[in-house]
Design a protein around this ligand. Structure first.
Ligand code: NAI
Length: 403
């Protein structure tokens, strides 16, 4: 079939196998180059004691995939990914993560590394058990667990009850400029308040409960190495997005996730384990593109950070996590609340002053000048395997194979 990108209400319904494979390989290549000193703003990260066996929950796209790639190249780590994917058929494409997993695992094996994916619902007992069995049989003890899930739904494995996360405020209705980056149309988004029940549900899905469960079952089966680390990802962002993000229902979930880190760390005391939350930069991923208001903020941020030569994607961020945060010989640098900050460049005062000025004045007429919509769209295309200059998208392509 001929595979073109089809976007409906900000969600891409298709993914290109060759393009996803290409983008995964580009990220691998970037880490290889950075590790040999080819990217000036990044240290080579030599002589750090990187993990050797890494479990990534949500490791098929975005931040999880970038962590998997960074860990495998820097520390020659064997990696297991757990992710939720739609498989391809003769007439239907898979989700991008399915192609990314395949591409990454092919490359990892060429480097002599073990790499497997367990596909299914990470919240379920069944997938946890399957993952633990694989680790026990084929990998041995894990020394880094990465929790990088972004999901709209969780079915409680004990009660069968479904919880849905919502992207709403926790106070009054919030009106703010937003954009459809594909139509380049500014409009006003009105985001209403979540009910108490919706907030509880969002915390159930995106808070720390399932992270705790993963760590608990891994420890009970004695599958965590002495001195193991675990990390989950959070976001804070600037005041302009506070009502919808940090002070919204998702922000409540992120606060829960952050509080969970210290509880997990306490449970790992006897094996000298540590648990962290890393606050990452706002980036175009499948998860962030559907948050109201955020795509406009990201487009403005991209323009400013690119102008200042500070722009990073998931791979650069996760490379810094490994080389300049989690495995620092003199301890993990954290903020007053104990969080790793990889949003340091995003939150720089000069960057945020310019973001605020652009945010206050942006309108249809000056959109191109103040926002990097092209950059947003390109990245969105890229994460679904489109827009790659080496690929002829008019050619027939089997959606079940990546090369
Ligand atoms: P993403 O959408 O690229 O990746 C989500 C991953 O979760 C995928 O591997 C997907 O297969 C997996 N997944 C979803 N539901 C699942 C389920 N039920 N079972 C198994 N796997 C499942 O998202 P992204 O943006 O990389 O997000 C990862 C984490 O980073 C999230 O916690 C997010 O809040 C956080 N974060 C994201 C930022 C952003 O701007 N994108 C900024 C800072 C933090």
């Amino acid at each position: 079939m001929i595979i073109r990108q089809k976007i409906m209400r900000g969600v891409s319904l298709t993914a290109h196998p060759k393009g996803c494979a290409e983008y995964t390989k580009q990220q691998i290549q970037w880490v290889k180059e950075a590790a040999t000193g080819m990217h000036a703003s990044y240290s080579t990260g030599e002589n750090l004691s990187y993990p050797k066996k890494v479990l990534i929950i949500g490791g098929s796209t975005g931040y999880g995939l970038a962590t998997r790639i960074s860990a495998s190249i820097l520390g020659k780590a064997d990696t297991i990914n757990v992710s939720f994917e739609r498989e391809p058929s003769e007439k239907k494409t898979a989700t991008p993560g399915w192609y990314n997993n395949l591409a990454f695992e092919q490359e990892a094996r060429k480097m002599g590394l073990k790499a497997d994916s367990i596909l299914g619902d990470a919240f379920s007992h069944e997938i946890k058990a399957k993952t633990l069995d694989l680790i026990e049989k084929e990998y041995g003890k894990i020394d880094l667990v990465v929790y990088s899930l972004a999901s709209p739904l969780r079915i409680d494995p004990d009660t069968g009850e479904s919880y849905r996360s919502v992207l709403k405020t926790t106070g009054a209705t919030y009106s703010a400029k937003t954009i459809d980056p594909f139509k380049e149309q500014i409009s006003v988004a009105k985001v209403g308040p979540a009910t108490e029940e919706q907030i509880t549900h969002t915390v159930k899905v995106m808070g720390g409960e399932d992270w705790t469960l993963w760590m608990k079952v891994l420890k009970e089966r004695d599958l965590l190495a002495k001195g193991c680390k675990t990390v989950a990802y959070s976001y804070i962002g600037p005041e302009v997005t506070f009502p919808i993000y940090r002070e919204g229902s998702i922000g409540q979930a992120k606060e829960h996730l952050e509080a969970t880190a210290s509880e997990i760390e306490e449970s790992l005391n006897d094996i000298e384990g540590t648990a962290f939350v890393s606050v990452n930069k706002a980036l175009v991923t499948r998860a962030s593109s559907v948050i109201p208001v955020v795509p406009l903020y990201i487009s403005i941020l991209y323009r400013i950070m690119k102008d200042k030569d500070l722009h990073e994607g998931c791979i650069e961020q996760m490379y810094r996590l490994m080389t300049e945060r989690l495995y620092q010989a003199d301890g993990v640098p954290v903020d007053d609340a104990g969080r790793i900050r990889l949003d340091d460049w995003e939150m720089r005062e000069d960057v945020q002053t310019q973001v605020k000025a652009a945010w206050d004045t942006i309108e249809q007429e000056n959109l191109q000048q103040l926002a990097d919509l092209e950059g947003f769209r390109k990245e969105y295309e890229q994460i679904h395997g489109f827009g790659c200059t080496d690929i002829d998208y008019s050619q027939e392509c089997d959606p079940r194979v990546i090369d």
